[in-house]
Design a protein around this ligand. Structure first.
Ligand code: WTA
Length: 659
């Protein structure tokens, strides 16, 4: 880790400021800068009072809380702990009872199948509640009880949201696993959480192909998944799947046998809501645990503030439900705020590159939230498909997942936003639950390349290696100095790792793993990870995880994975591999290894490049010098200090090695 500290210097300087357009500010919920400033100051001086007010204003509590924050068990925050509520009640019932019964909650479009018009399904709040009520009964019938874990492995179809909300309705804890993960990864996550039930589909459509999800589940459950008693299968593609008698059940049959009745089960505010696995610096993914009251307060409040949501908006966040963005800003934040959410099952280039723009035009999407990597891809495709469509319904744009380079920001602003839409660059993490740093678009200028200021009630800082606060413009570690309601409560089954990863580096603060700088206006410029976690297409990938997958291949002796900058994906994975002694390097082996990683983890972790080497550069104490590998992978040469290198000839050999 020390390798990186001295490299936290930022060279980005960006002078452009994009003030809120007058037409936008005039209609914004928060359009008065003085009011926003007063809110920020009050929240900074008493964050607990600010968040307690938010919890009362934004949510319906079946039992009111009397205490805001209990930090006596630090670093385990307890927010609103003596209160009780239910997430599905807040996302559904309260809207059904207050005038939104017939308002659209979800508008979903499937990928067009076999050249047909795409299927569109609209679920009003009333219809969505009816589905969730039925699904909650199905879960109960299959033996799921409060506190039990349910694994969800689904394509992006309404049933994904229905399944999540049904778990919440009965107090079960869901663990959504992205549909791109392999059987191996799925099994690890099912076992780590001890899931009782798996909810999947026969398949989903992606780029014209049926992804056979049920087959992957069958492979994952083939052996060593002792806790799973049943599998619920949603029919989506209609292809044949094997149904194991006694274990597997059709979703639609069980839904038909259930009734749209029943209330939700109130749970204490600190009752677990979900586990979501994310990559860290070791080979084992971390099951980040989020709880009920604080999390929902945070995502509801920040969704309203950052997206300036109104009843007539149609909001589209392109994230999959398998990631935190899909949890907080596709399902829970927007539905708790009573918004209308658009969901799209497929990929942007299928059947052609008009897809997203056609969707925005046909559905009159007004808020669009996506990842910088997607924007860079659209830029590379050229403006023609965009200019063919009427995107005038858009009024606000957002980004998440990685730093956005100013060129992509300005392109987004001009070409997609027609120069009239503010862009909210939102910085946050799986562990933070919701957005922490982002502009308030009605009152604040957006600046390309920075997520700007912390939201009210959030207290970040930039510190040096000694934990001391850094002056303006000096790079350092991004930390949070005060607990916030959406923060992770622990790592499932590994509390020691939770404390060690987030709370040991900078005593008294939460350490984000990101390096950043704060400019003299207070804007936070994120400079990327300072640990061995890479950001590929906005997805976090631990290099150790990929290395363990590589060394599990019978021919591989040792592997080191590093990132190199990539114009489209932000970072790309480069694997340096040493084969077992005497193994000849045959053509196609690099491709075999890439496939092997796909099978072990999923295609998203497949290295862009595999390089073979007789040995890896190590220090005298045997530690792989990743800094040298990073330089080699990125620039093709090594410029830094090599005095601690054990064997210099290794570097020379690596420099000339290629695929
Ligand atoms: C990075 C995604 C710069 C950062 C919500 C963080 C960003 C990691 C931004 C979390 C942004 C996310 N600007 N960097 N707006 N948003 N990141 O857990 O390195 O998938 O620590 O959560 O993505 O990724 P995660």
């Amino acid at each position: 880790m020390k390798d990186n500290n001295d490299t936290i210097t930022s060279t980005l300087t960006e002078e452009r400021r994009f003030a809120p357009p007058a037409a936008f500010a005039a209609r914004a919920q928060l359009g008065d800068p003085a009011q926003a400033q007063a809110l920020r100051e009050a929240a900074a001086s008493d964050p607990v009072a600010y968040w307690s007010d938010a919890a009362r204003q934004e949510l319906r509590w079946t039992k009111p809380f009397t205490q805001g924050l209990d930090w006596s068990r630090a670093p385990h925050a307890q927010w609103f702990a003596d209160g009780e509520l239910n997430v599905s009640d807040n996302c559904l019932d309260r809207h059904c009872e207050s005038g939104r019964l017939h308002k659209a909650a979800l508008i979903w479009e499937g990928e067009p199948v076999n050249g047909n018009e795409p299927e569109v399904r609209t679920l009003t709040y009333g219809q969505l509640r009816a589905q969730v009520q039925r699904a909650a009964q199905v879960l109960t019938r299959l033996g799921v009880q409060k506190g039990d874990r349910v694994a969800i492995y689904l394509p992006l179809i309404p049933e994904a949201a229905i399944a999540m909300l049904a778990c919440a309705r009965i107090g079960a804890v869901h663990s959504v696993i992205f549909g791109g993960f392999s059987a191996e990864s799925l099994r690890d996550r099912i076992n780590d959480a001890g899931a009782k039930l798996v909810i999947t589909a026969d398949g989903g459509w992606r780029r014209g192909q049926a992804l056979r999800l049920k087959d992957v589940v069958d492979e994952a459950l083939g052996h060593r998944t002792p806790t799973v008693t049943s599998v619920l299968v949603v029919q989506r593609t209609g292809h044949d799947v094997a149904m194991s008698a006694g274990r597997d059940h059709w979703w639609h049959e069980h839904m038909e046998a259930s009734k749209a009745t029943g209330t939700s089960v109130p749970v204490p505010a600190e009752h677990p809501l979900f586990i979501l696995y994310t990559s860290g610096t070791t080979g084992k993914p971390k099951g980040i645990l989020h709880t009920t009251g604080g999390y929902l307060t945070h995502v509801t409040r920040t969704f309203k503030q950052v997206f300036d949501i109104r009843d007539d908006d149609l909001y589209w966040c392109t994230a999959d439900v398998g990631w935190i963005t899909g949890h907080s800003y596709v399902v829970y934040g927007p539905l708790s705020a009573g918004a209308t959410v658009f969901l799209y099952e497929g990929a942007p280039a299928f059947p052609d590159k008009n897809r997203f723009w056609d969707i925005i035009e046909r559905h009159r999407i007004s808020i669009f939230y996506t990842a910088p990597t997607a924007l860079r891809t659209f830029m590379a495709w050229g403006e023609a498909p965009i200019l063919k469509h009427d995107l005038s319904s858009l009024r606000l744009l957002g980004t998440v997942g990685e730093p956005i380079n100013p060129a992509a920001w300005v392109w987004y602003h001009e070409v997609i936003g027609g120069g009239r839409c503010p862009i909210v660059d939102t910085w946050w993490q799986t562990e933070t639950g919701g957005i922490l740093i982002a502009p308030l678009p009605g009152v604040q200028a957006c600046v390309p390349g920075t997520a700007t200021l912390p939201l009210p009630g959030i207290l970040p800082d930039i510190v040096g290696p000694d934990g001391a606060s850094q002056p303006a413009n000096a790079g350092g570690l991004l930390v949070l100095k005060h607990p916030w309601p959406g923060m992770a409560r622990t790592i499932w089954g590994d509390d020691a790792r939770f404390k060690d990863t987030y709370f040991s580096r900078v005593p008294g603060s939460y350490f984000t793993g990101d390096g950043a700088r704060r400019d003299s206006d207070g804007n936070f410029w994120i400079m990327g990870r300072v640990d061995d976690v890479l950001n590929v297409s906005g997805h976090r990938i631990g290099t150790m995880e990929v290395e363990s997958a590589l060394v599990s291949h019978p021919l591989v002796a040792e592997a080191a994975v590093v990132g190199r900058p990539d114009l489209l994906t932000g970072q790309a994975l480069v694997a340096f591999v040493t084969l077992n002694l005497g193994t000849p390097q045959h053509p196609g082996l690099a491709e075999d290894l890439r496939q092997h990683v796909s099978r072990e983890i999923g295609a998203l972790a497949r290295p862009a490049e595999v390089r073979f080497a007789a040995a890896l550069p190590k220090t005298r104490s045997g530690k792989i010098m990743r800094r040298l590998l990073r330089e080699l992978a990125g620039q093709g040469t090594v410029s830094g200090d090599t005095s601690t290198l054990e064997d210099l000839s290794v570097l020379e050999a690596l420099r000339t090695a290629d695929e």
